[in-house]
Design a protein around this ligand. Sequence first.
Ligand code: G6P
Length: 368
Amino acid sequence: TIVDKGNHRHFMAKEIHEQPEVVSHTLTSFIDMVGETIRLPEDLPFDWKDLNRLTISACGTASFASMIAKYWFERYARLPVEVDIASEFRYREAPLDKGGLSIFVSQSGETADTLAALRYCKEQGQHTLAVVNVPTSTIAREAEVMVRTLAGPEIGVASTKAFTCQLAALAGLAIGAGKARGTLSAAEESELVHALIEAPRLMAEALRLEHEIETFSRDLAKASDVLYLGRGTSYPLSLEGALKLKEISYIHAEGYAAGELKHGPIALIDETMPVVVIAPFDAIFEKTVSNMQEVAARGGRIILITDAKGAEAAAMATLKTIVLPEMPAVVTPIVYSVPIQLLAYHTAVIIGTDVDQPRNLAKSVTVE
Ligand code: G6P
């Protein structure tokens, strides 16, 4: 297949803008749109009810999608989850129950460490399920069960649409697992599914904030270090935000669980340090706001990504806000990815780096 940039300057821009469409495709592959229920892959070689634990291994951006999925599997399916960086997992000789389930998340399906982790789990008698974007890939072929993300070819080295499609697929699996394990009622299932169906529309709304986000990028482009903070599923998203920025703009960035601020990163904060805070107005919003006030008190320049209620509750003179629509918690990581990606993208464009082919990075790491 020949893929071009269309009207976009970079593949990354095109891929960011494609997200409402490809996330919608991915959702359609496992959601019954009429009944608003999850259709799990049929004839699974394991029973969700028998599982005591789930292991998820991945690298890079896919590992952050996996970390977000941990919150979902634990909340919706009451299934304890261990998420591991595949390069660590493969050499750790982790004890695994025979008949347990291991999930592998990979855009390319060819990442050497993720593949090695898959082979290790098979040797240990684990059932294996791969969430992959390339259905002909080695990981797709070697896993017992394949769940496809329908992102289409991703050309930009920095992953964007593959990530949000991974989130969509993993959310579907977690809700499906909850349904199978009886930890979600039919009403809860349909409420969650209904929320997922809304995700593409909400992403399209987030894309409309691009111009405003670009103005914030001018600030980031001048920084030498940027901190990203979040709690709950916004914590792995803060890791992904920092990864995106460093990959393509070469600005040093770190993601941190907001609650860890006092345990280290607060020492770095001064007037030159932008801090991106990811905080939808949810049950832990107040906690994040108090971390934000600690940042503001030390002169840190805050960009808050939130919704209208969050913006009102956090009102501070020094604050820059990106205000997204209000939405159910299950879709916030999917939708909040959009401003995170746009911030990194525009920062890199302002700096003038090679956005689609950043130095030293490869799209797929097939050797160790
Ligand atoms: C490389 C790419 C990343 C990707 C990671 C894992 O580092 O640059 O964008 O997240 O590999 O790749 P995978 O294909 O396994 O998802």
